[in-house]
Design a protein around this ligand. Structure first.
Ligand code: HEM
Length: 153
């Protein structure tokens, strides 16, 4: 799945089409547990088929995978103002220092996680009406149709 599905704080900015789904500031896992140490932690999603599932991060601030790798390369910038250095996961705190070719290679790697079968069958990319956790999907192509709402950040 290319994720251990942990909840971690990477400080992604709360912009994009999913921004108003939670009114005001979304403190992530803390909203559910009430524990301050979980503030601004969000689940690491699977990276399988990630090429097909823009926009990226919990509110969709990044429209392309290039924007995502640039975010990591810049040491988690731009960053949500509420996320201080000590709250950030250690692995994303420092700029990576990758050059353009290396960033491009990283994007190509992410694209290699695409299952061509999924790309050929668009029904596999629809959002179900509900998921096993009981949470209701908030945007995207719903099972009842309708185009995904996309804005470029
Ligand atoms: C250069 C290495 C990395 C790449 C290429 C990468 C790639 C990605 C991508 C493409 C997404 C968006 C997935 C989606 O929205 O469907 C994502 C989200 C995420 N990644 Fe990474 N990642 C990297 C390193 C890390 C590290 C080191 C951590 C934590 C220690 C991390 C934690 C997260 C979290 C928590 C999210 C969800 C953030 C949110 O929803 O706001 N990633 N990553």
């Amino acid at each position: 799945m290319f994720s251990k599905f942990q909840f971690l704080a990477t400080g992604t900015p709360q912009e994009g089409p999913g921004k108003d789904v939670i009114p005001g500031d979304d403190t992530g896992r803390e909203e559910h547990t009430g524990r301050p140490e979980h503030r601004y932690q969000f689940r690491v999603p699977s990276l399988r088929n990630v090429e097909l599932t823009a926009p990226y991060m919990h509110t969709g601030p990044f429209d392309t995978l290039q924007r995502v790798v640039r975010f990591y390369n810049d040491g988690a910038q731009p960053r949500h103002a509420g996320v201080t250095d000590d709250m950030l996961e250690v692995a994303v705190r420092e700029p990576l220092g990758l050059d353009d070719d290396q960033l491009m290679a990283l994007v190509e790697f992410l694209k290699s996680l695409t299952d061509p079968g999924t790309a050929l069958d668009p029904t596999l990319l629809t959002v179900p009406a509900s998921v096993p956790s009981g949470l209701v999907p908030v945007f995207g192509v719903s099972a009842s149709g309708g185009a995904p709402k996309r804005t470029v950040w």
